[in-house]
Design a protein around this ligand. Sequence first.
Ligand SMILES: NC(=O)c1ccc[n+]([C@@H]2O[C@H](COP(=O)([O-])OP(=O)(O)OC[C@H]3O[C@@H](n4cnc5c(N)ncnc54)[C@H](OP(=O)(O)O)[C@@H]3O)[C@@H](O)[C@H]2O)c1
Length: 271
Amino acid sequence: MTATLWPDHLFLVGCGNMAGQMLARWLDCGLDPARVAVLRPSGKPIAEGVRVMSAYPDALPAGTTVLLGMKPYQIADVAASLAPLCGEDTRIVSILAGTPLADLRARFPAARAVVRAMPNLPVGIGQGVTGLYTDAATAAQARDAIGSLIAPLGLVEWIADEGRFNEVTALSGCGPAFLFRFIDALARAGEALGLPADQAARMALATVEGAASMAARASDSPGTLADRVASPGGMTREGLNVLDADDRLLSLLTDTLAAARDRGEAMARGG
Ligand SMILES: NC(=O)c1ccc[n+]([C@@H]2O[C@H](COP(=O)([O-])OP(=O)(O)OC[C@H]3O[C@@H](n4cnc5c(N)ncnc54)[C@H](OP(=O)(O)O)[C@@H]3O)[C@@H](O)[C@H]2O)c1
């Protein structure tokens, strides 16, 4: 991994489950806490050396990178207080689900660099996935700096079409929950076949962890790896035949992602 270009000043507006995971990883990777200020209404401490405030400062230092990490419905209130503090060199990174770039640009008209980010929870251990999107008004240098800030969180994918953000959210944003469900189902299936529950749970989790690590290191795709470990007439092939029949697993996952995406679209319409 190339060295991270830490921002001189990072200002987090909201630092709950998700922004808190991102900040924890940045601090683990060497971000100086003296460069970080957090606004959260509770004023609860975050980490040693990180300044926490419950009201907005009078000004932001030049070139501050702002991470919007509160709930999406709070954007109007936040923008009313924050926008007057932003200059053209302020960089805005928003993790607000369902809040389009155009909306952010309208609320923070002075800031040139505005980036939407969709992280997922494993960012806290540097194994997350973050989809990023911006437009041509964000200069290449700012775009690179924000990409560099996100890089220690795991895989970074720039999304070409903002219209695909709900699909990105369905796959990688919601994905950890779907995988947790899969691990649990694998364990419970083992139990249903007669294995002790605690042993099945340990084996299911370690199997998924090992298989994912192996797939991440392999030059072949996961689909090819599955076929490679399944010899004709063997046990694995027989099991795969069940998952593959009528594209059962594929259909189930397509329906799962589509349902999550559709919910995102409904929420964006105010549903
Ligand atoms: N959770 C996920 O998996 C996930 C994934 C991708 C994106 N996101 C996005 O992440 C954002 C935060 O979600 P979350 O799950 O982290 O929520 P959360 O845990 O409830 O955190 C919300 C944070 O916002 C702060 N806050 C509340 N009111 C505020 C206000 N008026 N002004 C500024 N800050 C305020 C809270 O302060 P206190 O700490 O003082 O209570 C808290 O730190 C959402 O926009 C969501 O769309 C979440």
